[in-house]
Design a protein around this ligand. Structure first.
Ligand code: ZN
Length: 288
């Protein structure tokens, strides 16, 4: 199942295109996408039944126009976890050693945005980080590796945009703040449920500039702490709540580690993809 948040309304991808969830469920779910995550088991069983029914084929299709606003598929997560230094090649380019524990920080919620949403570049050095984002679907405390995936609703594409000067300022680096300017957490275009993946632990991911070079390309199987390990270690401390997000880290190829360094500029359009999910498009704008 694939769902998105278009013009403020939760939509589910049917056989012919997106279908409005509130209309199709006769008011049971939507229009807010967060309602699907709040009761994921009920929503996903309704959606599976609906998509298998003849009703789905006849449902009116929502076609997003050029001016459609794609919201983040999870608009208001209670908690956002992010993990640094989680791919060996990125750890090597950062000239650091493989951590014994995941390096955890947060991205504040006001940094979330959606597909095709412009990011206004603040002063500083804004870098890209293509990341698999895990969306929690079931309350989870002290999970084990064996049960970790059963707490996941689905996966989406994210960018952990990072202003490197602020990120690395101060006696304790300001990861959470330097990665939380408005628009610094683009997410989407769709949330894809875990059952859609043959192997959710091994997906190609990457990013490139539109009309330009590939900046990052790797596989999620290269993570130091894989998704079950991250869920186990995070939930050993914090209960994970339906709708929570985990940004799982980025592979090699960030701009700050290049010689010469390269950062995002107004007019750049960043395309971030993950196999089986899609491509998230993020245009960069100058501050006015
Ligand atoms: Zn990151």
């Amino acid at each position: 199942m694939r769902l998105a948040h278009i013009d403020g309304r939760l939509v589910v991808r049917g056989p012919e295109g997106f279908v409005d969830a509130e209309e199709a469920s006769r008011g049971r779910f939507g229009p807010d996408a967060q309602t699907a995550l709040a009761d994921w088991d009920a929503f996903s069983s309704w959606a599976r039944e609906f998509l298998a029914s003849p009703e789905a084929a006849g449902a009116p299709v929502v076609t997003p126009g050029d001016d459609a606003v794609w919201g983040p598929p999870v608009p208001r997560p209670a908690q956002i976890f992010a993990v640094g230094l989680n791919y060996r090649d990125h750890i090597a380019e950062s000239k650091l050693s493989v951590p014994a524990e995941p390096a955890v920080f947060t991205k504040f919620r006001t940094s979330l945005t959606g597909h095709e949403s412009a990011v206004v570049l603040p002063d500083g050095l804004v870098d890209w980080e293509a990341e698999l984002v895990v969306v929690i679907g079931r309350h989870c405390h002290r999970a084990t590796r064996g049960t970790a995936w059963s707490h996941v609703a689905g996966l989406t594409v994210g960018q952990d945009l990072s202003e490197r000067r602020l990120q690395l300022t101060g006696p304790a680096p300001q990861f959470s703040l330097g990665k939380s300017y408005p628009g610094f957490a683009p997410l989407g275009p769709e949330l894809v449920s875990t059952d859609e993946f043959a192997d959710p632990d091994d997906l190609e991911l990457g990013c490139r500039l539109e009309g330009g070079e590939v900046l990052q390309k790797s596989r999620t199987s290269e993570m130091v702490f894989d998704v079950p390990e991250l869920i186990t270690r995070l939930s050993a401390v914090c209960p994970l709540l339906p709708g929570d997000l985990i940004f799982t880290g980025t592979p090699a190829g960030v701009g700050g580690a290049r010689t010469p360094q390269k950062f995002l500029a107004p007019g750049d359009v960043l395309l971030t993809w993950i196999e089986g999910i899609g491509t998230l498009r993020s245009p960069m704008l100058a501050a006015s």
